[in-house]
Design a protein around this ligand. Sequence first.
Ligand code: NDP
Length: 266
Amino acid sequence: MRPGLAVVLVGDDPASAVYVRAKAKASEEAGMYSITVRLPAATTEAELLQHVDQLNADPSIHGILVQMPLPKHISAEVVIRRVRPEKDVDGFHPVNAGKLLNGDTDGFAPCTPAGVQELLVRCGVKTKGAECVIVGRSSIVGKPMAALMMQDRPGANATVTVCHSRTTDLAGHTKRADILIVAAGRPKFVTGPMVKPGAVVIDVGINRVDDARAKRGYILVGDVDFASAREVARLITPVPGGVGPMTIAMLLKNTVRAAQLSAGLA
Ligand code: NDP
């Protein structure tokens, strides 16, 4: 059987278009069946739900990803809940979010946090008993990241602290971290002095910053100030090239598993 992934893009947000192209290209390169459903920005919520229903019913499609953000007139929550949990390879459906929190392994973990964990494991970073500080508490990154790192299993078992915009003394927390995961959506927000010497720093952020010297008029930077943080950290991920490709790899992994599950193979 051939695992099938459908990516749905509504509107013409340039960053979303780049992500969708990258996901389609990676799935084709891996030999998967891949379709991209491109819909105009004026698509109504009802029309989008119809497309989701069609993909839910399509046996050649095992994974469905609706690219976020959606236009303001469409409720992301309603759309996320409409994707069948068995095809929710983004891991955003409440059923999968609940399974992740419970430690059930038969659901799908969101791709970015799962990719961060895989990166830590593949780089031989000791997570058991480590102080893991996460900056950001979104449902896409921060919260599932915390749920993954606190599980009682290999590649996890960390002591987790989650920081957000109301955290007092942020640097006091980040400086304690053996593993510092930053997903704040703020360019170069975490600097070298906020990092514990010898820490492992994972920069989830992807920010477009205007730069007249760049061909496209902007450059991509992370949420960590790479130049100052690398002086202090033992290991640090670059932006671009660090967490981004891992996110796509985990999407493919989830899709393969969704296909296996549909055939009773996993
Ligand atoms: P959100 O904007 O949804 O969340 C940002 C989080 O950071 C919030 O919890 C916010 O706190 C917290 N925050 C903001 N400012 C501060 C501050 N001054 N001090 C402490 N905490 C703060 O972003 P996402 O989680 O969706 O994304 C985070 C980053 O990761 C973005 O740069 C995004 O582009 C990138 N990203 C990268 C992916 C990849 O594949 N590499 C995938 C997904 C995201 P509060 O809740 O209080 O507002």
